[in-house]
Design a protein around this ligand. Structure first.
Ligand SMILES: NC(=O)c1ccc[n+]([C@@H]2O[C@H](COP(=O)([O-])OP(=O)(O)OC[C@H]3O[C@@H](n4cnc5c(N)ncnc54)[C@H](OP(=O)(O)O)[C@@H]3O)[C@@H](O)[C@H]2O)c1
Length: 276
């Protein structure tokens, strides 16, 4: 059974969703359809992934097949433009490519020169009811504070790199204190770490009949981190979703917290390192 987090708008959001970064446009429609069929209700894309159109097609196919209603989905995309004017144009394009009347959430993909202008565009669509929740991604504590102080609508999430090696404890506590949901990107470190052979995860997994990947996703979701693993494998799509029939003990949560190395998987611009 899916679990939910409550955004500071009062809206409920599934704690586990489906990521679509690096999914080729030709694979995206099917992957999104498979994810919805497997039970995912939250889908994450971006203007920067060049697959919004195909994400929209997967959603349309799932709705047409009677798998889900639009109002039961939580669709997120991200702003890849800079400033107010370009922001508005980009929002219109995202709505059009996704084929949706409204977005459940739209977030600034990363800090740029004119974040206040970009955010103002999001606020305008939020007030018009065309975007139900707005937020941030890759903003550190100082950058997030500035947005809170200088904008009208408080961000609902900050989506930041968060996985076994980079758990973002400081950001987590800061976001919690501000009533902003901590959302993880690359929860599986892009498949780079062999999570299924990590001895701590494997030992815990043995107890519950789960893989290391499932234990890690359970850890993140139980820590109230919104988590959006990506996969094009139907088998992984299903198993990544199968994490709600067990609970980690407080000791197991602590054991996994202790595996934090405060280390990014790397390869990302320094502006995206927010372990502070
Ligand atoms: N805001 C940002 O700046 C930002 C940056 C990066 C990502 N994101 C978001 O976060 C989402 C997730 O991050 P990500 O796409 O970077 O990577 P990820 O979810 O951490 O990892 C995806 C990789 O893990 C593999 N995988 C998935 N399930 C598995 C399983 N059960 N066992 C073994 N391997 C498995 C996938 O391969 P298979 O396809 O073979 O399963 C894929 O290679 C993205 O899709 C995107 O929506 C946001």
């Amino acid at each position: 059974m899916m679990e939910y987090l409550t955004l500071n708008t009062g809206a409920k959001v599934p704690v586990l969703g489906f990521g679509t970064y690096l999914i080729e446009p030709r694979d995206t429609k099917q992957a999104v359809y498979e994810a919805i069929k497997a039970g995912y209700r939250s889908i994450d894309t971006s203007q920067d992934y060049y697959n919004e159109k195909e994400v929209g097609q997967g959603i349309t196919q799932a709705i047409s097949a009677g798998l889900v209603k639009r109002e039961d989905l939580f669709v997120t995309t991200k702003v890849d433009t800079d400033g107010y004017k370009q922001g508005k144009k980009g929002i219109e394009e995202s709505l059009s490519k996704l084929g949706l009347d409204y977005l459940d959430m739209m977030i600034l993909h990363w800090p740029r020169r004119d974040d206040l202008g970009s955010y103002q565009a999001l606020e305008e669509y939020y007030h018009a009811g065309k975007i139900k929740a707005i937020g941030l991604s890759n903003f550190n504590i100082a950058q997030t504070k500035k947005m809170i102080e200088q904008t009208e609508v408080k961000p609902v999430v900050d989506q930041i790199e968060t996985n076994l090696n980079l758990q973002q404890g400081k950001m987590h506590d800061f976001l919690l204190s501000e009533g902003i949901v901590h959302e993880s990107w690359s929860p599986l470190a892009q498949g780079a770490q062999n999570l299924n052979t990590n001895p701590v995860l494997a030992k815990i997994g043995q107890k519950y009949g789960k893989t290391g990947v499932q234990v890690l996703s359970r850890f993140l979701t139980q820590w109230h981190v919104m988590t959006i693993p990506r996969s094009i494998s139907p088998e992984h799509i299903k198993s990544n979703f199968d994490i709600f029939d067990f609970q980690l003990t407080a000791d197991e949560m602590t054991d996994i917290r202790q595996l934090d190395q405060h280390r990014s998987q790397g390869g990302w611009p320094s502006s995206m390192q927010v372990d502070a």
